[in-house]
Unconditional design. Structure first.
Lengths: 371, 130
């Protein structure tokens, strides 16, 4: 910042204000001072400081109250409290009110300089974090429209051309040619479908899911998922075994997205399992929650991959035996869906021994929210 | 059906070509244009029986604007418009099966990309037979 960071000093003692201003004068700062809390708060709106020093003991509104109000105005403003009554209690209280640090009177010039530097640095980090979050959001949105437009447009052209050939408009095809084109067309169809899922899922506002909630029969939904995955499992001779009650008290949720989660987690288990093994799906009905655990004896997940597997576009090192590549979005989306259900999804895994994904859906929370 | 003239406005020449092949095989006369400007120009210079329009020209769903503009032109009369589009690619518009608002999108037919040749020909016949 060419103009330097803006620093506001709120202290009723003129000598403190002056000495602070002098001490910091050599640094690249813009400094203003206020002799009481109300003046200081008014100045914050115009001066827009990065760092505010607040004396705790002042006539008029107290330093603690000033801290509270600053938090309301801008929670990213960094505040440091100055006081002659440095006790652990006041320090703790100030920190609770959002103060970043604490400067006991009397203090040395170096102490002030150091704490100022750190405060300004803290402010920068806070602003950077906000900018990064925002940037990430923009990238996510842009990615969605890039993926959808730039990938789908050429695929539409390819697909439409294949349709034309298959319809024989460029001359009759022999059987072998027809079969090959048919296969190609199916591959492109799959691709388009996958892109649609990505786009819908990444651009979806999961907070709006709650509006679609209705009582769901979770074991029934699981059976549906298992049925849909049967072909995939049979192709690898993997047995899908369901444990637990086949009927439980209905639980509020969104059917479409929860089915997506089950398909995803169980689909992963099949994908990363050896042929001829078993994937077990256990339902556990507890008082306030329902747990669905999916266990496989497959390749498992590397320890270093574990913290990231729910991140967007993250793919672990483990490859499925057939070399199938995931979208890198399945678990990220599942995680978001489950979060929108006030639930949790956790994994336990060991490389080479298999993984267990547990989805916990809370019942009590739903009820509280409805009231 | 011989001699019926169809104007296509779509910014993807490869896509246009694939559709054109099917239409020409069915003995329609097809003129392809790849921008709204060329589309309007073609309409001024010649008579058409049907316009096939893509929705996502450029970035602003320009096809929708073209459809509105064409429907306002008295001299074009009852010229039917068939929209073939991958519009779902831009989320937030509308989804399959949603009722279409006639004032928002004044088209006579609506198909999604990619469109099967038999479905395309059926729809074109329907619109031309009115």
């Amino acid at each position: 910042m060419s103009n330097g960071n803006a620093i506001l000093i709120i202290d009723d003692e003129e000598v403190v204000r002056d000495s602070c201003t002098q001490t910091l004068a050599k640094g690249n700062y813009r400094i203003q001072t206020a002799s009481d809390g109300n003046t200081g708060l008014r100045m914050i709106k115009e001066f827009k400081p990065d760092l505010v020093f607040v004396d705790l003991k002042m006539p008029g509104i107290s330093g603690m109250e000033v801290l509270e109000r600053i938090q309301e105005i801008d929670a990213t403003l960094v505040t440091v409290v100055i006081t002659g009554y440095a006790t652990i209690d006041t320090a703790v209280e100030a920190m609770k009110k959002g103060a970043y640090d604490f400067l006991p009177k009397p203090f040395k010039a170096d102490e002030l300089r150091l704490i100022t530097m750190r405060g300004v640095e803290k402010r920068k980090l806070l602003l950077d974090a906000i900018a990064l979050r925002r940037e990430k959001e923009i990238i996510r949105e842009n990615l969605t429209s890039i993926v959808s437009h730039e990938l789908k447009s050429p695929l539409f052209a390819v697909q439409q051309t294949l349709y034309a050939f298959l319809a024989g408009v460029a001359g009759e095809l022999n059987l072998a040619q027809k079969e090959m084109l048919e296969k190609t067309k199916n591959r492109v169809d799959m691709m388009l479908k996958m892109i649609n899922v990505w786009v819908e899922m990444t651009s979806m506002d999961f907070r709006q899911l709650r509006e679609r909630f209705k009582p769901l029969d979770i074991p029934g939904l699981l059976s549906k998922a298992l049925e849909m995955l049967q072909v995939q499992a049979a192709a690898k001779n993997i047995r899908l075994v369901k444990h637990g009650p086949s009927s439980v008290e209905p639980l509020d949720g969104d059917e479409g997205t929860l089915l997506e989660v089950f398909l995803n987690v169980i689909g992963n288990a099949i994908k990363y399992s050896e042929a001829g093994t078993e994937v077990s799906i256990a339902i556990e009905d507890r008082d306030h929650e329902l747990r669905v655990s999916v266990s496989d004896t497959g390749v498992g997940i590397e320890k270093e991959d574990l913290p990231f597997i729910f991140d967007d576009f993250y793919r672990g090192k483990a490859q499925s035996k057939t070399g199938e590549l995931g979208s890198g979005l399945g678990l990220a989306i599942s995680n978001r869906i489950i979060n929108a259900h006030n639930g949790s999804i956790v994994v336990e895994s060991e490389r080479g021994k298999g993984s267990t994904f547990t989805v916990t859906l809370s019942r009590s929370k739903e009820k509280q929210d409805r009231q | 059906m011989d001699g019926k003239r169809i104007l296509m406005i779509d910014d993807d020449p490869d896509y246009v070509n694939a559709v054109k092949m099917v239409l020409e095989k069915a003995n329609y006369a097809v003129q392809a244009t790849y921008s709204p400007k060329d589309g309007y120009q073609a309409l001024e210079n010649g008579a058409f029986d049907l316009v096939i329009l893509d929705c996502m020209m450029g970035r602003g769903a320009e096809g929708i604007l073209i459809a509105r503009k064409l429907k306002k032109k008295k001299e074009l009369g009852e010229l039917p418009i068939l929209m073939i589009t991958g519009i779902r690619e831009q989320t937030g518009f509308f989804f399959v099966g949603d009722p279409r608002d006639e004032t928002y999108l004044p088209v006579d037919g609506f198909l999604e990309k990619p469109v099967r040749p038999d479905v395309l020909l059926q729809e074109v016949e329907k619109l031309l037979g009115r």
